[in-house]
Ligand binder design. Sequence first.
Ligand SMILES: C[S@@+](CC[C@H](N)C(=O)[O-])C[C@H]1O[C@@H](n2cnc3c(N)ncnc32)[C@H](O)[C@@H]1O
Length: 250
Amino acid sequence: MDEQLQHHYTQLADTYDDTWGHRPAYLDWMEEHISRRLRVSPGEWIADIGAGTGLFLRRLLPYATEQTPVVCVDPSAAMLARLPQDPRLHPVQATAEELAAGQVELPCDTVDALVIKEAVHHFTDLDHTLVGLADQLSADGRVLIVTLPPQLKYPLFQTALDRFAAGQPEPESVAAALRKAGLKATTTIEEFPVSIERDRWLRLVANRWMSVLSTFSDTELSSGLEEIAEEHPSPQLEFPDRFAFILGHR
Ligand SMILES: C[S@@+](CC[C@H](N)C(=O)[O-])C[C@H]1O[C@@H](n2cnc3c(N)ncnc32)[C@H](O)[C@@H]1O
């Protein structure tokens, strides 16, 4: 992970869970989409790559035990430090690339259910990394990648939307990478309707809640905030949050 990204997640870690954590309907919606697709059975090994603070793990946790904990892999010590204190969570400080290259020791030989939520855009070599991760799956192993499509409908300023789109892989490229890794892959798009107070949204953007926002200077960000305020005068903002769920299996 490069220094700027490391700094971004160190800065964000303390407030990360507040971003959507006060919206139980969104958390439930996302957790349901993840657990339904992963079809985990009790005692199976689950790994979350780019697990962050573990905000979306509540529905997977009941399948884990102290002997078969959810392996939470993330390069950011600050994010991992916010994982709940639970013996059914096993933090591992590493990148997906290190795991894929076999440089990281896991508490299991193979993984049955692997989830990567909103982290795949950080992988430096998508194809190569997914090949290495797919190699770690058990005979019935599944991998679920949850990612934002490049074209967002968020009320952001235009240069942020453009820069985000430029750095985000298309869901179909992610599915193609899973196929190259020898898996069958299917993609579905799901949409959650967001309604958020404008002031709260502006605070989130000012706090650089998305990593792309950390690539703007303070001056650029303030003029971006002015642009948002001008374009979106309503006190309540409504927009769709669309996610691609890309499921791979042997
Ligand atoms: C947007 S957060 C998502 C966290 C969590 N999956 C969630 O949905 O709440 C992205 C996470 O990916 C991690 N990350 C960044 N580069 C990574 C890499 N190369 N391999 C694995 N994780 C990475 C970051 O440290 C961060 O915790």
